[in-house]
Each structure stands twice: as structure tokens, then as C-alpha cells.
Design a protein around this ligand. Structure first.
Ligand SMILES: [Zn+2]
Ligand SMILES: [Zn+2]
Length: 410
């Protein structure tokens, strides 16, 4: 009884920590108790432990922990993938070994396909490398630059290539990734162009498998879950009976049936929740990487340091100033130089914008300034904006078309 209660509490705590660690960093939850808990877990508690270690061992433990942490979190390694596949394989094998012969064939029929799918999608996510940008493939422009999140002048200092729109360098994979969503330790690879769809299917099929496992476990244990009488549902008596029945079922089912069933039912909602979050991102026309960038813009806009203008107007302005300078009409002096520098730095040349067949076209350019004033010498051309509603996300084609874009692996 005592051990079972401890196991139950342990599973609950692990589920909560996993949830907080997975979801706490999402911009939407940044200012909620889940975000605070994530920062406490990942920032404040480790730094408190570090200062204790400094006092006791002179920092030896922290140095070793740092090396291990660096390997675990900052180097591409298959440990999480191995752990994930071990738990999945171990649980399924244990359950089937102890429970398969007690289940009717009709209930076991979906097992082979439901079991195989998460492995197939994990394999497809993990082995995909077509989205690694090399000197040869960097010219493949799938998306136009929006001049907000992505600009043609941005170069990757590690790979020495101009980053295509929607790409990002991953320090774990050591390369720029086309349409990067995020680096996923569960599959030990970056999710982006081509394999993001397999990741979505992995989440769905993993969730299905877990619900299926939880159902089979309930099916085997249900004779022991019956309560002797039927008191009203919302009474202490009813919940006490349910608790007793669960303990009885766990005693009879053991780790292989009840343990696996509880693990499956307590974690089945995690991949489903993550899938729902990614559906929201797709519907909104952004990747996880972009959602973080948009959140930063939203905060900067609220601070009043963001300005919008038209690229055509800025280019015309720069051209005029350049001509004036070449003709020796230096009356605008340093002021004009500053404006020219800012605008050219952000825009480069119109030819740098590669032509990409894309249904949404926009002429906007958005900048943030350090002094919360519009770029010098071009004050009349820029308008201060306060909300994301005032700019266009050109990567958002509308809910359904966004899904098609993802499903076709673009
Ligand atoms: Zn790079
Ligand atoms: Zn990566």
C-alpha cells in the first residue's frame, strides 16, 4: 500500500515536471505560474545549488555537473532518444508479455499497427537531413523575406551563408536548418522543412498508443475496479471506494499491467497537448522559432520602440540621398549619412530579395530602434506601431492552406 502510493505520487510529480519543462518556455505561458515554475526549476534552483556547492566542495560538483549538462543539453546526443525508446519498448513488451494472452483477439488486432507507427515516425524524424542547409542548398528559397523576422542581409557566422527566410542555425546540429521549428531531443534532430510533419504524426500516434495501452490495462483490471455499492458520485465515500478499488487493481495487476496503464494514462495527454499547441502555431502561420520572435516584437511594440515603413519608399529615399551625395550636395551632412546607413544596412539592394512564388506579397519593413525614435534622417517615412495587428505575417496563408503547406513538407 505504502509503496504503491509512493509510485503514484512519483508518477504524478514526474508528469508535472515534464509538463512544466515542456510548456513553461512557451511565450504564451511566460507570465503564468507554469512559466515561473519553469524558471524556478531551470534557473533559480540550479543557481542556488551551485552556490551551496561552491561553499562545500569549492565548485567541483558544479564543474562536473556542467560538463555533463553541456553534453546532455548543448551537444547532439542520443540519450533522450534512447531513454524514450527504452521506456516505450520496455513498457509495451512487459504489458504484452503479461497481458496479451488474457485479452480477446479483437482488442489486440490494432496493436501491431499502433505500436509500429511511433517507431516509424521517430525514425523518419531522426534520420532526416534534407533540411540541413549547405553551400549548395542555401540558394533554395522556399519563402520570401518578410523584412520583420527575416531579412536578406542576415548571414550565419558559423556556416558563412546568407540565411534563407524562415531558416535558423542550430548549434546542436552545427548547421543552418531550412524552416526550422525547433531542435527536438526526443528524436535527436532538428524539426523543420520535410520532417516537421513526421513529428506531428509522431505526437498523434504516440498519444493514440498510450490511450490504447491505458484502455487495455483498464479492460484487464476492470473486474477489480468495481465498488461494492453505488454511492452518489460527488461524495467522499465514492472517491474512497474508487481509491480502494484502484489500490486493489494495482496489487493484482502489478507493474506490468497497472503500472504501464498508469504511466500511459498519465502521459497520454502530453503529446496530445503538444500536438494541439503545434496545430495552433500552424493555424497562426508560424513555427516555434518564429512564435518566439513574434513574442519579442510584441513586447518591443508595447515598449514603443518599433517602427514600420514601406520598402519602396525607403529605397527611393536612399537612392535620392545617394545621388545628392554623389553630386556633392552635402547639405544634409551626417544626418543623411546616418539615415542612409540604417536603411541600406536593413534593406541591402532590392536584387538581394530573391524572387519566390508566394501568394502573399507585402512591401512592409519593420525596425526596432535603441532610442525609441524613428531612424535618423527618415523620420517622416516611419510610423510607430504598438501592436502586431499593424503588421502582416506573410507566412500566414490562412488556416487550411497553412496545414497543406506543412503536410506537403514544404
Ligand atoms: Zn548556420
Ligand atoms: Zn538541431
Amino acid at each position: 500500500m505504502g509503496i504503491i502510493r509512493k509510485i503514484l505520487i512519483g508518477i504524478l510529480i514526474i508528469s508535472i515536471i515534464t509538463f512544466v519543462a515542456l510548456f513553461g518556455r512557451l511565450p504564451a505561458l511566460r507570465r503564468t505560474p507554469i512559466g515561473w515554475l519553469q524558471r524556478a526549476l531551470c534557473l533559480h534552483i540550479p543557481s542556488a545549488l551551485k552556490s551551496v556547492d561552491r561553499r562545500i566542495t569549492g565548485g567541483t560538483l558544479a564543474a562536473k555537473g556542467k560538463r555533463l549538462g553541456h553534453y546532455l543539453f548543448f551537444q547532439k546526443n542520443p540519450l533522450v532518444l534512447i531513454l524514450f525508446l527504452s521506456v516505450l519498448t520496455g513498457s509495451a513488451a512487459l504489458f504484452l508479455y503479461q497481458g496479451a494472452h488474457r485479452l480477446p483477439t479483437s482488442l489486440l488486432l490494432p496493436a501491431p499497427i499502433l505500436l509500429a507507427l511511433p517507431y516509424i515516425f521517430t525514425y523518419l524524424c531522426a534520420t532526416h537531413t534534407a533540411h540541413y542547409l549547405t553551400a549548395e542548398t542555401k540558394e533554395t528559397h522556399d519563402y520570401p523575406y518578410d523584412h520583420i523576422l527575416f531579412r536578406p542581409v542576415q548571414k550565419c557566422r558559423t556556416c558563412s551563408i546568407s540565411k534563407p527566410a524562415r531558416s535558423k542555425h542550430c548549434s546542436l546540429c552545427g548547421t543552418c536548418i531550412a524552416k526550422l521549428d525547433h531542435h527536438c531531443p526526443w528524436v535527436n534532430n532538428c524539426l523543420g522543412r520535410g520532417n516537421y510533419r513526421w513529428f506531428l504524426l509522431l505526437l498523434v500516434t504516440l498519444s493514440f498508443l498510450e490511450f490504447y495501452g491505458a484502455f487495455l490495462s483498464w479492460y484487464l483490471l476492470r473486474p477489480h475496479l468495481k465498488t461494492p455499492e453505488e454511492p452518489a458520485f460527488f461524495t467522499f465515500e465514492h472517491f474512497r471506494h474508487l481509491g480502494d478499488a484502484a489500490v486493489r487493481a494495482v496489487n493484482i495487476g502489478g507493474i506490468s499491467i497497472a503500472g504501464v496503464g498508469m504511466l500511459a494514462s498519465s502521459t497520454a495527454f502530453l503529446p496530445l497537448g503538444l500536438f494541439a499547441y503545434h496545430c495552433y502555431l500552424i493555424w497562426a502561420g508560424m513555427t516555434t522559432n518564429e512564435s518566439q520572435k513574434w513574442a519579442d516584437w510584441r513586447d518591443d511594440m508595447a515598449d514603443g520602440v518599433v517602427f514600420v515603413s514601406s520598402r519602396a519608399a525607403i529605397r527611393a529615399h536612399c537612392k535620392k540621398q545617394k545621388e545628392a551625395q554623389e553630386n556633392g550636395e552635402g547639405d544634409s551632412g551626417a544626418k543623411a549619412d546616418a539615415g542612409l546607413g540604417t536603411a541600406l544596412g536593413l534593406l541591402a539592394n532590392a536584387e538581394d530579395d530573391p524572387y519566390v512564388e508566394w501568394p502573399v506579397d507585402s512591401d512592409q519593413i519593420v525596425v526596432r530602434t535603441n532610442d525609441s525614435k524613428p531612424p535618423k534622417g527618415q523620420e517622416a517615412l516611419w510610423r510607430r506601431i504598438w501592436s502586431l495587428d499593424e503588421v502582416e505575417n506573410i507566412y500566414d496563408l490562412g488556416g487550411w492552406d497553412n496545414f497543406m503547406d506543412v503536410l506537403t513538407g514544404r
